[in-house]
Design a protein around this ligand. Structure first.
Ligand code: CA
Length: 224
């Protein structure tokens, strides 16, 4: 929230008319609105400023919407996000929710419904802020603690936490090593660093926290 108590929204949309329309609408609704017209700018704002909610177009120049969202989640940004998409079929909706979106609205959308969904999103988020579910527990992003359903908290390093948060933001999704390298560690390092940190996570949290998918990469463990 801002000093005046207005909720802050980040709006990422490359269609100039739609961007203007949504900015006016959200401002009238009482939001303090920041806008970005491409994925790169959206990512920069999302990483450097605090928002109460993000409205994200899926088809964007520079960085595609779902990729932007995965990168934010990988850096521990858990701001609730509503994805807008012209591709409104059920498979797209699943892809959006898989990428860590809390809600997904197909274009064209009804304005009142969009505003109602944003209000619901912010209400829900207050209850589950900054924590991600894991098999057998959850990850608290503020403290970098894994809280098992039974047992004592386990503290992670910054990079261990970033890797686990990236995997946990998209359970069921298989990440290649090069993808994880880009999302978590930066392209300058070797892919071996990914294997090393998977090893660290398994040593701290048990083998089954991360599954190896032969020939493809890693995913969050799905065993209980
Ligand atoms: Ca677009």
């Amino acid at each position: 929230m801002t000093a005046t108590g207005a909720p802050r929204v980040l709006l990422v949309e490359d269609d100039p008319q739609l961007l203007t329309m949504l900015r006016i609408l959200l401002t009238e609704e009482g939001y303090d609105v920041d806008t970005a017209a491409d994925g790169q700018r959206g990512l920069h704002l999302g990483l450097t400023r605090d928002y109460d909610v993000v409205v994200l177009d899926r088809g964007l120049p520079a960085i595609e919407g779902l990729d932007l969202l995965a990168r934010l989640r990988g850096k521990g940004v858990v701001t609730p996000t509503l994805v807008l998409s012209a591709q409104g079929n059920p498979a797209d909706r699943v892809a959006g929710l898989d990428a860590g979106a809390e809600d997904y609205v197909g274009k064209p959308f009804d304005v009142d419904e969009l505003l109602a969904r944003l209000r619901a999103l912010r209400r829900r988020h207050l209850d589950v802020a900054r924590s991600l579910p894991l098999p057998g527990g959850r990850l608290e992003l503020d403290t970098r603690n894994v809280l098992p359903d039974n047992g004592n908290p386990v503290r992670l390093s910054e990079r261990e936490c970033a890797l686990l948060a990236t995997l946990a933001a998209r359970p069921g999704h298989v990440f290649s090593r090069s993808q994880l390298l880009g999302l978590v560690f930066g392209e300058a390092e070797s892919e071996v660093v990914v294997d090393t940190y998977v090893h660290y996570l398994r040593r701290k949290l048990g083998r089954r926290i991360v599954d190896t998918v032969r020939g493809r990469g890693y995913q969050l463990g799905n065993s209980r």
